[in-house]
Design a protein around this ligand. Structure first.
Ligand code: FAD
Ligand code: DLZ
Ligand code: SF4
Length: 512
């Protein structure tokens, strides 16, 4: 009996559960590049090129290992254009009697699998995605009796379970679970940052780049220069390079932002983790090893491990716990359409302009830029969560819905009403001034709330605090914000709210 193992574009791992279910010598592996996946949101051209090239290289690797691989390229004449039709074509042509897949990363794709399971005349078996360190069942079990699903407690449980940075009694190395307080320095004084690896463009990547240029150059984003790792070997080089050159300062400058410097000391490994070229546990282990070998301090290593073992696993748990209703949450009933400055329309707000510029050229920006610049602005300006989530899903090369949605809808927009975050990540221009050098290049002034040159974040911040006081003023973490707002006299409040209204009018008129 011939079985088929259907591998999706973000499942490029040799250890994939569905691969273990087939016979290398008898069965068939199937991958396909399809229009529907490339266009259900207008993905950044770099993201499409990265995934197609990584898929093609992975298929080559499997062939080299002795597997039989069927691969549909994007411009194959018979390409049926979507997962279902391509799978059915493969089943018919190859006389397949059983299909194996690994649990997909999106609700949308899971629905496709469930439908196929009913419609196909042969069994379709969905295997758990064992690359994650916390299974969906385990997360649901952890969440079941909790009033609040705070990441910190989930993370401690995961540290103990995986014996990472714990002593023999399961206590945290250094005496504290979380060293985030040490990780809030700005990087304005730093002269140079570590350079990054480059990878040669081989024939496979070159063909993919031409294909993407021909078919997707109308999508937002710059295809060239293209410098993504596209094989596991190259991704491992990226990981080792990060450990050697960046991890040491990863903690200290984790929240810092700089113009013309997208990377700082961040790992830029999310693309490879999310596509399956790297595995989360191996990264946590090499980081812990670096700490043991005194290559990096505890605040850096703990911070890095927390992002992967804590946040990454936690957001996946939240996604599968809360879907499908989660995608429709809109706690503040925000409805303003996404303004064109998110697509690169010129703006005088330097911070937004800079983050959007980096996003366009790199298909990447680091966490604080996503959260406190584009995310914070979307929250304060009351942008429609659906539009905002679609933007994040399209423009970042590491974006798959299981990770993008909770981060955007939950963490950045508080649209889930506090499932993920204990308070909205709303901040004024003061925060951005403290953590970046952006304001020095800006027409606006972060010190002013009203007046011609006042930073738009400032009045929008107080407008947000005022507008949502019915729901937010009982939040203890916003106590000081409301104390300060209520201390202001009526005239001052009115001037600020009038200024916020002017800012929003200018935003709608594309004149901000
Ligand atoms: P580093 O700062 O070097 O962190 C190391 C690793 O930790 C990352 O590679 C990533 O795998 C993991 N990590 C860190 N923070 C998070 C987090 N909050 N959630 C999940 N994993 C995390 N991350 C994605 O992988 N895909 C997304 O689509 C995505 N969308 C986001 C949208 C918004 C609005 C926000 C605020 C955050 C989003 N994140 C997303 C989380 C985070 O911004 C990225 O993981 C990180 O910027 C990737 O860059 P890096 O590899 O240099 O990360
Ligand atoms: C993102 C993406 C793109 C652009 N193209 C493909 C593709 O052609 N074939 C494929 O198997 N996967 C692709 N992907 C990734 C899928 O969208 C991803 O597997 C699902 O979103 C589930 O996470
Ligand atoms: Fe951004 Fe305001 Fe600073 Fe300008 S002044 S860069 S708009 S925070």
């Amino acid at each position: 009996m011939t079985k088929l193992c259907f591998i999706l574009g973000d499942q490029l791992s040799e250890s994939l559960s569905s691969l273990a279910a087939i016979d290398k010598h008898k069965d068939l592996i199937f991958l396909c590049e399809v229009t529907e996946e490339a266009t259900y949101v207008a993905h950044h051209p770099k993201k499409i090129a990265f995934l197609f090239s990584a898929m093609r290289h992975f298929a080559q690797l499997l062939t080299g290992l002795g597997y039989r691989v069927r691969y549909t390229e994007y411009d194959d004449v018979d390409n049926a254009g979507c997962f279902e039709a391509e799978l059915c074509r493969a089943i018919d042509e190859e006389k397949i009697l059983e299909v194996h897949v690994t649990f997909p990363g999106e609700w949308r794709v899971l629905q496709k699998m469930e439908r196929l399971k009913k419609e196909l005349l042969i069994p379709l078996i969905i295997h758990e995605d064992t690359r994650f360190l916390c299974s969906i069942d385990e997360f649901n079990c952890w969440a079941k009796d909790k009033k609040q699903l705070r990441m910190e407690y989930f993370y401690r449980m995961m540290r103990q379970k995986h014996h990472l940075l714990t002593d023999t009694r399961g206590k945290p190395v250094g005496g504290t679970w979380n060293y985030d307080k040490q990780n809030r320095k700005n990087a304005n004084h730093i002269k140079t940052f570590p350079g990054r690896l480059t990878h040669p463009i081989d024939e496979v990547t070159s063909a993919v780049l031409s294909l993407v240029e021909k078919n997707f150059s109308h999508h937002f984003g710059q295809l060239y220069p293209f410098n993504f790792a596209v094989t596991r070997e190259q991704a491992l080089c990226e990981a080792n390079d990060f450990i050697e050159h960046c991890l040491v300062y990863f903690g200290d400058y984790q929240d810092a932002m700089r113009s013309n410097e997208a990377n700082l000391y961040h790992s830029k490994l999310s693309f490879y983790l999310n596509a399956g070229l790297l595995l989360p546990l191996e990264l946590c282990c090499i980081a812990e090893e670096a700490f043991k070998n005194k290559l990096a301090p505890l605040n850096a290593v703990e911070g890095f491990i927390r992002q992967i073992l804590g946040w990454r696993e936690y957001v996946r748990g939240i996604y599968w716990l809360m879907m499908p209703d989660y995608a429709n949450k809109n706690y503040f009933n925000s409805s303003r359409p996404l303004p064109s400055l998110y697509w690169g329309q010129d703006t005088r707000m330097f911070c937004i302009k800079e983050v959007v510029r980096q996003t366009k050229t790199e298909a990447y920006s680091h966490h604080i830029q996503r959260l406190m610049i584009t995310g914070n602005f979307a929250l304060l300006a009351g942008l429609n969560p659906k539009d905002v989530c679609e933007w994040y899903l399209a423009v970042y090369a590491d974006a798959f819905e299981w990770v993008e949605l909770p981060n955007t809808l939950g963490m950045a927009l508080y649209a889930d009403g506090g499932v993920m975050a204990s308070k909205p990540y709303a901040a004024s221009g003061k925060y951005i001034q403290k953590m970046s050098n952006f304001c020095k290049s800006c027409t606006y002034d972060p010190r002013h709330i009203v007046g011609e040159h006042a930073c738009p974040f400032n009045s929008l911040y107080w407008n947000f605090i005022d507008q949502h006081q019915d729901t937010l003023k009982i939040n203890p973490r916003l106590h000081y914000a409301y104390l300060n707002w209520n201390k202001m006299d009526q005239e001052k409040k009115k001037n600020i709210l009038d200024k916020a209204a002017q800012v929003l009018t200018a935003l709608d008129a594309e004149q901000l």
